[in-house]
Design a protein around this ligand. Structure first.
Ligand code: SAM
Length: 293
């Protein structure tokens, strides 16, 4: 194998050292999904901060990358963050990855990014795989507006409350879920959301990729009978029927739109977002006494 050059910190045109933080998306299962740009960035970085050096080690080795790794995960982040920021300050390129997909998406990294920005460091993202978008586009449900709701609380009461909070959101909903809780979560969704369509996307980009579509009730019954499936799972749920969009959501959307748009444009935007007739929204906006433009 080719001998690697000693690593150099990045240089500005003026020759002074300029460190930066790179947020590098990695595959969600298929190692071939690492982009050429991501591979180059990981090879050129001074260090790869990762959740699990064994997991990321497999990826780096598969691409012949020898960059040293350092752990950055939920349990050491408070301690590890100052050291990473100091390395950036000293002119190093720090690449942040997670076990899979895009770092910061249901994964560590948000505070590191926030503090790097606050310290005036350059932060770049190298986009790539994420289970949210992969599941959304494969679900067959509307993609024009969606809400990524992350993981639901594991306990039933908190889970139903969390579902109630997003019930009126006029958008396709995307949740990450564990196989063990899948059937219970689907049953709660059927109860809270009613008869909506859903899709369960499992093992995306991997050999046993599977997408099961149906009403939430059908999906809940299937997984209750079949038992917990193997692998990683995303649940995608159709948004509410227009008449079910919570009244306060329509009013809140209208308030927000009227703050920045003419009455006519605000009505168009809110009608599009809620699926309600534009004439009805226009009538409501007029009733608020704002002049058209
Ligand atoms: N950062 C990742 C991303 O960008 O998608 C997500 C990390 S989160 C800790 C892990 C969760 O993502 C899994 O529990 C599952 O819900 C979802 N996930 C990750 N890879 C997946 C895959 N190949 N198929 C289905 N879901 C996946």
């Amino acid at each position: 194998m080719k001998k690697r050059q000693p690593r150099k910190p990045s240089q500005t045109a003026a020759g002074s050292k300029r460190g930066r933080l790179l947020l590098v998306a990695t595959p969600i299962g298929n190692l071939g999904d690492l982009s050429a740009r991501a591979a180059r960035a990981l090879a050129e970085a001074c260090v790869v901060a990762c959740e699990d050096t064994r997991t990321t080690g497999v990826l780096l080795r598969a691409h012949g990358i020898e960059t040293p790794m350092t752990p950055y995960h939920d349990h050491n982040a408070e301690r590890a963050r100052p050291a990473l920021l100091a390395r950036i300050e000293a002119g190093e390129i720090v690449a942040l990855v997670s076990d899979a997909g895009t770092p910061l998406i249901a994964d560590p990294g948000y505070k590191l990014v926030r503090e790097a920005i606050a310290a005036g460091h350059e932060v770049s993202a190298l986009p790539g795989p994420s289970a949210v978008l992969t599941a959304l586009v494969i679900s067959g449900l509307p993609t024009d507006r969606f809400l990524f709701a992350g993981f639901l609380p594991p306990k039933e009461v908190a889970r139903r409350r969390a579902l109630g909070e997003v019930k009126g959101v006029a958008a396709t909903l995307v949740f990450y879920e564990s196989p063990q809780r899948l059937a219970d979560s689907l049953a709660d969704m059927a109860r809270v959301f009613g008869p909506r369509q859903g899709a369960v996307a499992r093992e995306l980009t991997k050999m046993f990729e599977e997408v099961r579509r149906g009403t939430l009730d059908e999906l809940a019954r299937h997984y209750a009978e079949a038992g917990a499936p193997k692998g990683e799972i995303v649940i995608v749920v159709e948004g509410p029927a227009p008449e079910d969009v919570a009244e306060h959501d329509v009013e809140a959307l209208l308030d927000e739109a009227l703050d920045r748009l003419t009455l006519r444009d605000a009505a168009a935007v809110v009608a599009e977002a809620t699926g309600m007739p534009r004439r009805e929204i226009y009538r409501r906006a007029l009733a608020r006494g704002k002049k058209g433009g």
